[in-house]
Design a protein around this ligand. Sequence first.
Ligand SMILES: *[C@@H]1O[C@H](CO)[C@@H](O)[C@H](O)[C@H]1NC(C)=O
Ligand SMILES: *[C@@H]1O[C@H](CO)[C@@H](O)[C@H](O)[C@H]1NC(C)=O
Length: 486
Amino acid sequence: MELSARSELWAFALFCHVGILVSLESFTLKGSDSAVIATVGTDVILPCHLSPRTSAKQMEVRWHSNEIPGLTHHYVNGQDAPQKQNPHYRGRTELFKEELSNGNVSLLLKRVQVADGGSYVCFIGNKLNYLEGLVELTVGAVGTGPTISVHRSQDQAVTLTCSSEGWYPEPAVLWTDMHGQRQNSTVSSVKDVQGLHNVQSHVDVKDNKNQVLMCQLQSSFWDQTRQSALQLSSDLFPYDKHPYVVTTVIFCLLFINLGVVTGFIFKRERESKGKLQVAKELLKAKNSAVQIRLDPKTAHPNLHISSDFLHVNHTDQKQEVTDTPERFDGWACVLGSEILRAEKEYYWEVHVGNKTDWDLGVTNGKANRKGWQDLKPENGYWGIRFFNNTDYIAFVESPVKLRLGKQPEVVGVHLDGKAQRLNFYDVSETSHIYTFRLKSSLDVYPYFSPGLNKNGKNKDPLKLRFLSPGYCHLMSSNSIPSSPTS
Ligand SMILES: *[C@@H]1O[C@H](CO)[C@@H](O)[C@H](O)[C@H]1NC(C)=O
Ligand SMILES: *[C@@H]1O[C@H](CO)[C@@H](O)[C@H](O)[C@H]1NC(C)=O
């Protein structure tokens, strides 16, 4: 009996020790499918948790924002690590420490600001692998109930001014009379230091006696309206010879329908191009098609490379390979074997099929290949990632969420060294995915990550497509490239 108790103790001790090396592959990291809504000045929880539940205490946890570089929050070696946190978030973020053991890595963001809005990526990693989840935070603010003031100029013209402060985004302003008839008005808006809009709207009033005018501010994001109405006294108008006596009745009506959110349009700086334009670009790009092969010397130990060096997939089996500086040991990545020279043009295609996760891009030869540093330009990586079968991000400073209509089957990558651009295309849909502007021309290597195998859900290989430089001519003459000699 004692023996078995002791062995249990041992097993427990062992479990605690190797607990950090729990393979994350059978887990998913869930962010939030719908945007999290927060009002400026309040605290908000950005949800993210491991499923099924397992402790994240010994894992590295990172939160990034797409708008603000650096980290939003960093937790590593069992504690918060503020060194890489952007000062914008200083003192405003917290993980729920007691929840970490349940795999709950939700982030508390305090005193929300306008600038906090955007996409957030939560990341969990250990020595073996990593997971990511996405949360969209939408920030808004409904301003003060409007006040209406009355001005009469020297020439006796009467102007009403409706003022309200603290809106985000900018509200629509509408003036109506008692019959609901719209009135012509002008609007001006200034932003305060916090990015909130202070709005003023003017309307000129003519003769109408005993008229009621209503100023209504409608949030373009929140389903909320604030309005004030003013009853004008006939005393106000010049043909009444009375002195300037304003007898006005101001009544404030606030209609607040809390919590109901109307459509919100995400605007991203993406170039939208017509199909014809993209088709032309692709045709041109294909003139610089190159046959890229994978370089097994750089491959993460869990990657399996086909014998023709064209396919790569992630396996649960770690291969017996030496850990050299050129080999990836964090991200499941592999490089192409040929260096791509600055000032030159290259094009390659990758069949991603139905994979749920992948990364494609280029990296300079000097970039660090160890650990989990972000694959972003600052670290010598320019690329896009598809993950959780739903989310596309481009790593610019920090991740930018891309919205593609359809999941591409074949991705075309066009490195235009002269123009210093790296273009990604959905070849199957003839659409443009994203373009990176490269700051300087550098020699680079293409990189590929098939993502983790995720219990077979993402087991298919990434396949480099065979493309010969004459490809587009063959295609346009409708013949099939049967043999490379033709
Ligand atoms: C994670 O923790 C937060 C804070 O306690 C809580 O609001 C949230 O519901 C938790 N999420 C899950 C999935 O348990
Ligand atoms: C509003 O402005 C338009 C054009 O400037 C004008 O045609 C219209 O009569 C104006 N309406 C009112 C109620 O003043």
